[in-house]
Design a protein around this ligand. Structure first.
Ligand code: ADP
Ligand code: ZN
Ligand code: ZN
Length: 710
């Protein structure tokens, strides 16, 4: 329950998680709670259990975990847990009077008759809808005939016998099998029994995963239960939300970052009350309570955005599985490119694998072509054979998607005379050169600066843009294809509200065009007219030092490639590389994620890294490099003094980008083949860190199951 508690000189909203009968804390150090804020618990038992699991598993502070779980608006003491609405009700006195006595005020007679028919009262909003205005009601109140109360909002439930708004597609065999398995309809009595199990819906791009979600949800809704759907991003893929709203005749509510705190609270309340049938949201929607939980879906389960990268570093996918277990409901993890962890769990029998190997509705997977960029002849920075292919495609009236995961004009601004290049004053990183408007921008810490006309080292004016960002590709393509519409979609062109929707609308007209885009376009979008996808400059992802870099690169390539040929026309992917014989590219050329896995997994096994080992990262940063590294050395020393032999500490080593936003960063990786041993060691280590001499001079944190080593 929420409570108001004294904290220093202030009062703050706290959460009571348990009541103890004794404590080791001295009585004079204890303070009484000021008051309870609500009459019922703020979180249902399932979410409380989930939070407690998170506190233990991520070794994180309870306060911060609950802060993540509760809607922001409820951290304000004056916000009631349950919405109160103005409700008009007849008074006892009004039962006694004759309506005839009001005959000269017909509006009042009408209002009183209506309220007499609803002795429990009607909300002000509802009465306004019946054209009963508040002056009339106030006049009646002055006569003591009606009363105004604040009453708890009550919500209507959806009609379970008419949940569909449109007819469904006929599922193919694999889709049908997936739906039946999740719903457990193979039971003898042919009745679906929703109970806990984790399903890995491993379906190639365009195989109809969304249709499987929709038809599974349909059954859940008919059983009067709710569905929670987590997606990586909603703002970027308005289509997804539309498909749910189009299909169902029930309240489908979205939780996304553009909502105000009060709008989020409203969704939360409706889900908690059981009247929101489907809740679609990003990572933090995980904590939305459901009165009648029926199903959880994690779309694009491999997506990195499910891991929170600061504060409470939880994985919404992993916690969703825990939640499904607590609520005893099925959970579907859907993706075309499963994470290694999920594949491993499926192989070990912890998840049920549900493969969708074909594209639905007769569309074919695109063909894959790798262009060797070495010694290739270039025009405006593009390979000549590529230009030919693009011309051919446009002539056929098709659309092209040009993927380049780097915004701005060029990643490097260099002095041609002395080799100086523009670096960030705060980070070990180059500044990206932007032209609209002209400036230098560090994409790591957001530092921006103006561009000097002269090299700061040698005063030369010959400063050159090296390499390509989307802005430059835009310029080059406009020169090469002057008559074609070029639509660039990246963070710079979609800053204004509605900009993205307008761009997507243009694409959906189906007119030939070239779409230039970053990651924003990689996932979820359905572009039926795109037949050629060009993937440019992906090589850096093949050689990065993060052990997951190739996994993430392969996933990105297949997701982008999956935008091609999703309708009747066949699609083609051209991937440009200076390393065409690289293992990742070779195995993906056959459109074969599993071929790639078979190469990549043994490497993980050899090094004992996830999914074969378990890791946690201790990171520290300080204003001086030696303080951060010295602190972590002290931590490792403490660690080595502990008895545990089965957990290793690797490091300290500098972070991949040692200096970021003006701070020096070091890290230690803790690793074990046994998850339990790792967690025991962490629990033993953490209390020894706080007393270390340097712990106050650094900022440090623990990241359990890290997904990115930056
Ligand atoms: P995914 O989510 O796996 O990328 P979608 O669910 O978006 O795939 O489906 C891709 C396309 O195939 C959509 O246009 C969808 O309407 C269509 N589709 C899905 N299932 C079927 C089916 N059983 N029959 C015909 N078309 C289908
Ligand atoms: Zn110079
Ligand atoms: Zn920077």
């Amino acid at each position: 329950m929420r409570a108001l508690v004294p904290f220093g000189k202030r009062n703050v909203v706290g959460v009571i998680t348990a009541i103890l009968s004794h404590t080791d804390i001295a009585v004079n150090k204890l303070k009484p709670i000021k008051r309870l804020l609500d009459e019922q618990p703020a979180l249902p038992p399932s979410i409380l259990t989930l939070c407690n699991w998170g506190i233990q598993y991520y070794h994180h502070s309870p306060g911060d975990v609950f802060k993540n779980a509760l809607p922001l608006a409820l951290r304000n003491e004056s916000t009631p847990l349950i919405e109160l609405v103005d409700t008009w009700q007849i008074s006892t006195k009004s039962r006694l009077i004759e309506l005839a006595s009001l005959s000269r005020a017909p509006k009042q007679v009408n209002a009183l008759t209506t309220l007499r028919n609803h002795p429990n009262g009607l909300t002000q909003t509802l009465l306004a809808g019946l054209d009963i205005k508040s002056p009339t009601l106030k006049a009646l109140r002055d006569k003591g005939l009606v009363e105004l109360h604040k009453k708890e909002q009550s919500y209507a439930n959806w009609a379970t016998d008419s949940v569909l708004r449109e007819t469904c597609l006929t599922l193919n065999e694999q889709q049908q099998h997936a739906v039946n398995t999740v719903l457990n309809t193979d039971q003898p009595d042919n009745d679906s029994k929703l109970s806990f199990a984790t399903f890995l819906l491993n379906g190639v791009t365009g195989s109809g995963k969304t249709e499987v979600y929709l038809q599974t949800i349909e059954h859940v809704l008919k059983a009067g239960k709710q569905a929670l759907v987590l997606v990586p991003e909603i703002g970027l893929t308005p289509q997804t939300l539309h498909r749910f709203q189009q299909r169902f005749n029930v309240p489908v509510l979205a939780l996304h970052s553009n909502l105000t705190a009060n709008q989020r609270l409203s969704v939360w309340r409706q889900a908690n009350a059981g009247s929101a049938a489907i809740i679609i949201g990003t990572r933090s929607a995980l904590f939305t309570p459901m009165k009648h939980p029926g199903l959880i879906i994690i779309d694009e389960e491999h997506d990195l955005s499910y891991k929170q990268q600061d504060g409470f570093r939880y994985s919404a996918r992993d916690m969703a599985i825990v939640r499904a277990k607590i609520e005893d409901i099925p959970i579907i993890l859907g993706t075309a490119t499963p994470s290694f962890e999920s594949l491993h769990n499926a192989k070990e029998g912890r998840y049920y694998a549900l493969p969708l190997t074909q594209r639905a509705g007769g569309a074919k997977l695109p063909t894959f072509e790798i262009t060797d960029l070495r010694k290739a002849e270039l025009k405006n920075g593009l390979c000549k054979t590529l230009i030919r292919s693009m011309k051919h495609e446009l002539k056929q009236g098709n659309q092209i998607l040009f993927f380049l995961n780097r915004r701005g004009y060029s990643p490097v601004l260099m002095c041609h005379d002395c080799g100086w290049n523009a670096t960030c004053v705060m980070c070990d990183a180059r500044m990206t050169y932007h032209r609209q408007p002209t400036h230098l921008h560090c994409h790591h810490c957001d530092y921006q600066s103006r561009i000097n006309q002269h090299c700061p080292e040698c005063n030369s004016t010959d400063l050159r843009a090296i390499g390509q960002g989307t802005e430059r590709v835009d310029e080059n393509l406009s020169e090469l294809f002057p008559k074609t519409r070029i639509i660039r979609i990246d963070r710079d062109t979609t800053r204004r509200k509605e900009a993205l929707e307008n761009h997507l609308k243009q694409v959906n007209t189906g007119e030939p065009c070239i779409l230039i885009g970053t990651q924003m376009l990689a996932k979820g979008h359905h572009f039926p007219h795109v037949t050629l996808v060009v993937i440019s400059d992906i090589d850096s992802g093949l050689f990065a030092s993060d052990f997951r870099a190739t996994e993430h690169t392969a996933q990105l390539i297949l997701q982008v490639a999956g935008r091609a040929g999703r309708a009747e026309k066949p699609g083609k992917v051209i991937l440009q590389s200076h390393n065409p014989e690289h293992m990742v590219l070779q195995s993906l050329q056959q459109q074969n994620y599993s071929a790639f896995i078979q190469h990549a997994l043994p490497e993980r096994q050899l090094t004992g890294l996830p999914p074969y080992g378990y890791i946690a990262m201790l990171r520290a940063e300080a204003a001086h490099a030696d303080i951060a590294s010295r602190f972590l050395e002290q931590v490792v020393e403490q660690f080595n003094n502990m008895t545990s032999q089965t957990v290793e500490a690797w490091g300290p080593v500098p972070a991949l980008m040692m200096r970021k936003a003006g701070r020096f960063r070091y890290q230690v990786m803790l690793r074990s083949n046994n998850r339990l041993f790792l967690h025991k060691a962490i629990a033993e280590l953490l209390p020894r860190i706080e007393p270390l001499p340097d712990s106050r001079k650094v900022r440090w944190h623990l990241d359990v199951d890290p997904v990115q080593l930056d």
